[in-house]
Design a protein around this ligand. Structure first.
Ligand SMILES: [Zn+2]
Length: 168
């Protein structure tokens, strides 16, 4: 019998993604309203199979659905940081990025009682400031980079490149 390892991860975004992108018509917002409904189904599925998962949650969503976030934590799942209002870090200044990182940490910790140690960029894109900020704030891992499939690797800073030279 072979053994396999998988990581079950979910984004619980609620309405934050639509608000971040200015898509706040009733129809678009209703897509976010479905988040808590889908979340409860996923929690039930994981419970029935005794599987742990990780849920990445923006701070804005934790404010909107605190009971749902507490339910995630009470079921023993990990909650990771997923921005403040699902904003793209690449579009922020380093100061703005620091602010949304700290605001998200504060609300997630106050809501669930646990300070997140994992981070997933809402845009699956990170700025040059992101990794140093994550290290500064005590994060243990990032789930935004795609340099391997299931083998963890160290996030780097300082890569250099040109279009007609080697990647260093
Ligand atoms: Zn997301």
């Amino acid at each position: 019998m072979s053994e396999i390892c998988i990581a079950l991860t979910f984004d619980f975004d609620g309405m934050s993604n639509w608000i971040a992108n200015g898509a706040t018509s009733p129809s678009m917002v209703s897509r976010g309203e479905f988040g808590p409904i889908g979340l409860l189904r996923i929690l039930d599925l994981l419970d029935r199979h005794d599987l742990p998962g990780t849920f990445f949650v923006p701070g804005h969503t934790a404010l909107a659905f605190p009971d749902h976030c507490r339910e995630i934590a009470a079921a023993g799942h990990e909650i990771g940081h997923h921005g403040w209002v699902h904003e793209n870090p690449v579009r922020l200044t380093p100061e703005q990025e620091r602010d949304v990182l700290q605001r998200g940490l504060t609300v997630l910790e106050e809501t669930t009682g646990t300070r997140p140690v994992g981070y997933r960029s809402p845009a699956w894109d990170i700025s040059p400031a992101t990794i140093p900020l994550l290290i500064e704030h005590g994060f243990l891992y990032d789930s935004s980079l795609m340099g391997d499939d299931f083998s963890p690797y160290w996030a780097r800073v300082g890569d250099r490149w040109t279009q007609d030279g080697p990647y260093v």
